[in-house]
Structure formats: C-alpha cells, structure tokens
Design a protein around this ligand. Structure first.
Ligand SMILES: [Zn+2]
Length: 265
C-alpha cells in the first residue's frame, strides 16, 4: 500500500472512530404521530456507514459503523416485505412545508461519508428493490482511497438517489469560527451541486455535532433539512435541522430492525 492509500484508509478508520460517538437517547419516547403538515410524523431514518465484510477481531466501534453486504440486503428486503416505502429527505421537507402526503410506512435510508461500497453495493441493492437512498458526501474526500469518485456520485444522482452534504472536510462544525462554518456549509453545497448538476437541500452533521448556531447557519446556507444522530423515529418540523436517525451496525438483526421501524398503533 502506498502512502496515499495508507493515509486514506487511516482517514476512513478515523471517521468511523469519531462517528461512533453518537448520543444514546431512548427510542420511541414520544407521542404517536399525526400525519399532517406542521405536525410530527413517524419516519425512521436509518444511518449506515460502511457496508463491508469485517475480518478478524472487530473492534466495538467498527461493529457500530459496519454492516455486511448480505446483512444490508436482508435489511432492505425486510423493509420492502413489511410494506415500507423509501422516501427522500426532500419528500419529508415537502411534507413539513407543503403538506405533501407521505406514503404509508415511510422510511429514509441514509449513508454517511461516501464510501465506495455505497455505489457498489447500497445503490445497486436499493435499485433492485425499487427503493431510493440518501447519500451524504464530503467534497474533500471524494475520489480518495476508500471513498466514491465524483463519477460514482453522479451515477447515484442519475439513478434518482438523493445526494446530500456531509460538510466539506468532516470537521466538527460546532468547534469552527462563524467564517469557517459558513465555508464548510456553503462550499460543500456549491461543489456538490456543480458536480451533479442538481440542487443539494440536505445536510448531515459530521459526528452528529450540532447546536443552535450550526443549525441556524445550515438554514442560512440554503439547506431545507439537516440530519443529526439523536435516536428516535418521530420527526418534527421544529427539529427540521436536527432530524433523528437510527444507527445501524453489525449487531442489528432483521428482527431488531423491524422492531425499531414498525409503526406503533
Ligand atoms: Zn461522518
């Protein structure tokens, strides 16, 4: 492995390490959903990172951020079999703002960090099942070692997949100056838009790190929604800039996934 390959593999591992620091909040701790504009709505947002076959002793952190390709396919097949319809963040934004109807049992399948297997495995699986996914990429890592190329990202967009920004460099946004924060949000949006010739409306915070200042900056940069890492399946327009997600890792069986996403009566 040359130095560049080593660096990018270490960088990928580093992202995994830091991404694993999500917050533990009890699932399903909120009132039942009422499906109308302006109200909370039950939309599980799944969060995947790596989709690969882990070998040897798998550290806990990697277990949380990795699923096997066959496991991923089984998850998606189960969603289809249970009657879920994959939607995009844009669909959810339209529901929040314009009272656009959502299909019964909506789910969002999201992918952070822009790994190669998102194009090679995830998008192909989704396409085979007639599903859509939302892929968050960092312009500064696109084209490196384990990450997708711009051709990959463009291909996903052309397949009808949603492409979002994971900010420019995957730095924690809460630690940045106002100026740096604006650059991370607006430059990443602009670069991705130029590369895919489509508007980018949604942001995922690197490491899930967010606060009021970051969320205000995201709105000012032109994003309509932002995804965080607080756990839960109820999405509220009041939290449009910190949507909840469900982290999916190696230990998530099909039955566990089903139990988390199945709507309550
Ligand atoms: Zn990330």
């Amino acid at each position: 492995m040359d130095r560049t390959g080593l660096w990018t593999n270490l960088a990928a591992l580093g992202l995994l390490a830091i991404c694993a620091g999500g917050r533990a909040v009890a699932l399903r701790d909120e009132a039942a959903a009422v499906s109308r504009a302006g109200a909370s709505v039950e939309v599980p947002v799944l969060m995947y990172h790596r989709i690969s076959e882990p070998t040897g002793d798998v550290p806990r952190m990697v277990r949380r951020m990795t699923v096997r390709p066959e496991q991923f396919k089984a998850h998606m097949q189960a969603l289809r079999d249970e009657g879920f319809t994959a939607i995009t963040f844009d669909d959810l934004a339209e529901h929040f703002h314009d009272a656009e109807d959502l299909p019964p049992k909506p789910v969002i399948v999201s992918f952070d960090d822009g790994y190669k297997e998102h194009a090679q495995v995830a998008a192909m699986t989704l396409k085979d099942l007639g599903m859509v996914g939302s892929f968050f990429v960092n312009p500064k890592t696109v084209g490196w070692g384990d990450f997708m190329t711009w051709d990959d990202v463009r291909t996903l967009a052309q397949m009808g997949m949603e492409i979002g920004s994971h900010a420019l460099t995957h730095r924690s946004l809460i630690a940045l100056s106002d100026h740096e924060l604006r650059d991370e949000l607006s430059q990443s949006k602009r670069i991705i838009e130029e590369k895919i010739s489509e508007e980018v409306d949604v942001l995922a915070f690197p490491y899930g790190d967010t606060d009021e200042r970051v969320q205000k900056a995201a709105r000012e940069a032109g994003y309509v929604l932002a995804a965080g890492v607080d756990k839960g399946v109820m999405q509220s327009p009041r939290r449009a800039y910190n949507l909840k997600r469900i982290e999916v890792g190696l230990d998530m069986s099909v039955d566990q996934l089903r139990a988390i996403v199945e709507p309550r009566e």
